[in-house]
Write a protein that binds this ligand. Structure first.
Ligand SMILES: Nc1ncnc2c1ncn2[C@@H]1O[C@H](COP(=O)(O)OP(=O)(O)O)[C@@H](O)[C@H]1O
Ligand SMILES: [Mg+2]
Length: 257
């Protein structure tokens, strides 16, 4: 407001947008430059449950890595909760990454010597949380993912689907505002994949955290509310759930399909 001391900035993002991406480019330099992301523009609302689909090599992981602050763009802007993360220091990025983001990858990356409970506790202990608080929270989350009776099992004593559910619990333990998954059911059979997706949906409804899931599997993508298709680093189409079907939306650009 004008009666403040002129220090208010114009905020482009709508209040409900947790992420706003503008003119994002990523070029991998090499013998031949690879344009992995070509002018991506995208807004993601708080609490959204969305999928990014596209063929292998289309730039899905590159985009997730930018959103997840694991890599930096060549140009463009990414705003996370009102902060332009392309302009902050590496230590601030690391801090935001630990505080605001949870990751689940195709392979669970659990520590084999640790039990399910210990694996889920680790990010909280890294964040210097009290051990009892961490243990209680990890136990609650493992209950939420249906593994309340497997707390003391190590990864080699659990199935692929169960380990992936432990990885989901671990991603959520620090209450990130954004959870990103890169082909997180890629190694699972259909039944386990469905179970993991249903679980993510439940958690999304319960906590209003934002879920961004990359998959090349349309059956999985159709369990979300919005499907963005990326081809050759470009966003080519957007589908939105209306009831139990999807309708084309976006800026009305025609995709060549
Ligand atoms: N570190 C890298 N160095 C050079 N090229 C890369 C690198 N990572 C990805 N690429 C290239 O960028 C493009 C997009 O890759 P990626 O984001 O992994 O696609 P997707 O996840 O959709 O399969 C591909 O052409 C890939 O070969
Ligand atoms: Mg990928």
């Amino acid at each position: 407001m004008s009666d403040l001391d002129g220090n208010t900035e114009e905020i482009e993002v709508e209040n409900s947008d947790i992420i706003a991406i503008r003119d994002l480019m990523k070029v991998y330099k090499g013998g031949v430059d690879v344009v992995a992301l070509d002018n991506i523009n995208l807004n993601i609302r708080r609490g959204e449950f969305l999928a990014i689909v596209g063929p292998s090599g289309s730039g899905k992981s590159t985009l997730l890595n930018m959103i997840g602050l694991l890599d930096t763009p060549t140009s463009g802007q990414i705003t996370l909760k009102g902060t332009d993360v392309t302009k902050i220091s590496p230590s601030e990025r690391a801090r935001l990454r630990n505080k605001e983001l949870g990751f689940v990858f195709q392979y669970h990356h659990l520590i084999p010597e640790f039990t399910a409970l210990e694996n889920v506790m680790i990010p909280m202990l890294i964040a210097a949380e009290n051990k009892k608080v961490a243990r209680d929270r990890a136990r609650d989350l493992l209950n939420d993912v249906g593994l309340g009776d497997r707390l003391d099992n190590r990864p080699n004593q659990l199935s692929g689907g169960q380990n992936q559910r432990v990885a989901v619990a671990r991603a959520l333990v620090n209450r990130p505002s954004v959870v990103i998954g890169d082909e997180l059911t890629g190694n699972l059979d259909t039944k386990s994949s469905n179970r993991v997706y249903e679980l993510l949906r439940e958690l999304n409804r319960k906590t209003n955290q934002t879920f961004i899931l990359v998959t090349h599997d349309m059956v999985m993508a159709e369990k979300t509310d919005r499907i963005l298709r990326i081809v050759d680093g470009k966003m080519v189409s957007e589908l939105r759930r209306e009831g139990d079907k999807f309708v084309r939306s976006g800026k009305g650009e025609s995709a060549d399909e």
